[in-house]
Design a protein around this ligand. Structure first.
Ligand SMILES: Nc1nc2c(ncn2[C@@H]2O[C@H](COP(=O)(O)OP(=O)(O)OP(=O)(O)O)[C@@H](O)[C@H]2O)c(=O)[nH]1
Ligand SMILES: [Mg+2]
Length: 331
């Protein structure tokens, strides 16, 4: 029997700051100078070279080690990370940093072997080694900067629990998505809003029969046809596919939202294509039933009149049909 441990928060949240090239060299060389002062002659040169070498290889290795294994990430976070910074580029930067650590190791060993117990030679060799080390660090300066930028961007990913059953809302602007989110999560408190690649994401929670559900709205993402989306937006939607257990598509037959019903139905068809085909139920609801019900839909509601809102919510929860994974179940 094995207990499944699931990573539920943003895996990039606690990554430490990546130092830049200057910081790394300053740190290594000042510590080396201190180590050298405590010794004499050849020993001083050994101490300097070893100290600088260790500090740099330790720091560089630590940068690489701290990053999560991309293959082990939940696909929601992996896809999102790929949309935000590009996993291929990240891997290559981490590879460069690792390469630098190995190079520095080799440089230290090579020059140490040439000291021959003579202070003048040792000093000259140590200086040459420092110059080579500096140029190695210089070569990975861009990779270090890119990693730090990526770290900062990835830390902003909201700590969404991808294992919590999730309803994702879709529909053209002004059809009533926020109104619905507010109405059904009112009892459970505030809706949190986070940046989400090129847009933002609003997350509300609700409890139903002791299960916690999350309802999410990504204004500016699932609100228009695919053809108008850029690659980052498309990939953010791909990430949403790993998150959504049900899609709630809201229509506004009254067209007071400012968009023609025909366009809204085309979006609905795209969502059916994208989500239903991979087994994610799409519930279509016509909102603003106080104004018009002149379209085909699974349900009709009016959020402002509080008419059938609970029916729609229950339909979504039933569509999810969520059974929590019990920790004592073997997998
Ligand atoms: N008559 C009527 N108006 C509604 C209903 N539901 C929402 N509205 C109104 O429609 C407008 C837009 O509602 P929102 O909830 O902000 O719509 P939205 O889909 O979140 O819009 P975006 O965030 O721009 O995508 C608001 O003025 C609401 O008061 C409804 O059932 N009937
Ligand atoms: Mg809204």
């Amino acid at each position: 029997m094995r207990i499944k441990v699931v990573d539920v928060s943003n895996p990039f949240e606690d990554l430490p700051t990546v130092p830049d090239a200057d910081e790394l060299l300053d740190k290594a060389y000042s510590r080396a100078a201190r180590a050298g002062r405590a010794k004499m002659d050849v020993d001083a040169q050994y101490a300097m070279l070893d100290t600088a070498g260790h500090i740099l290889t330790d720091n560089l290795e630590d940068i690489v080690r701290r990053w999560p294994d991309f293959d082990e990430l939940h696909p929601f976070f992996r896809t999102l990370a790929d949309a935000i910074v590009g996993i291929h580029a990240l891997r290559s930067h981490l590879g460069s940093v690792n390469w630098a650590a190995r190079q520095i190791d080799t440089i230290v060993t090579e020059h140490r072997a040439r000291f021959r117990g003579e202070p003048a030679v040792a000093k000259q060799q140590r200086k040459q080694a420092f110059a080579r080390i500096a140029s190695i660090i210089d070569e990975v300066a861009e990779a270090l900067d890119a990693l730090e930028t990526a770290r900062r961007d990835l830390a902003k990913i909201p700590g969404i629990d991808p294992t919590e059953p999730t309803i994702v809302m879709a529909g053209y602007p002004n059809v009533g998505k926020s109104s619905f989110l507010n109405a059904v999560t009112r009892a459970s408190g505030a809706i949190a809003s986070y940046p989400f690649t090129t847009t933002k994401i609003d997350i509300g929670h609700l409890d139903h029969r002791h299960i916690r559900y999350q309802l999410i709205d990504t204004p500016g993402l699932l609100d228009r046809p695919d053809s108008e989306r850029n690659p980052i937006e498309r990939q953010s939607i791909a990430a949403l596919e790993y998150l959504a257990d049900c899609v709630l598509m809201i229509l506004d037959a009254s067209e007071t939202c400012g968009y023609q019903l025909e366009d809204q139905l085309a979006l609905r068809d795209q969502l059916l294509d994208r989500f239903s085909t991979v087994g994610i139920p799409v519930v279509t609801v016509c909102n603003k039933s106080d104004l018009s019900v002149d379209t085909e839909a699974d349900y009709y509601m009016s959020v402002t009149e509080d008419d059938e809102v609970d029916t729609v919510l229950t339909a979504c929860l039933d569509a999810i049909d969520y059974e929590p994974a019990l920790p004592f179940e073997s997998s």
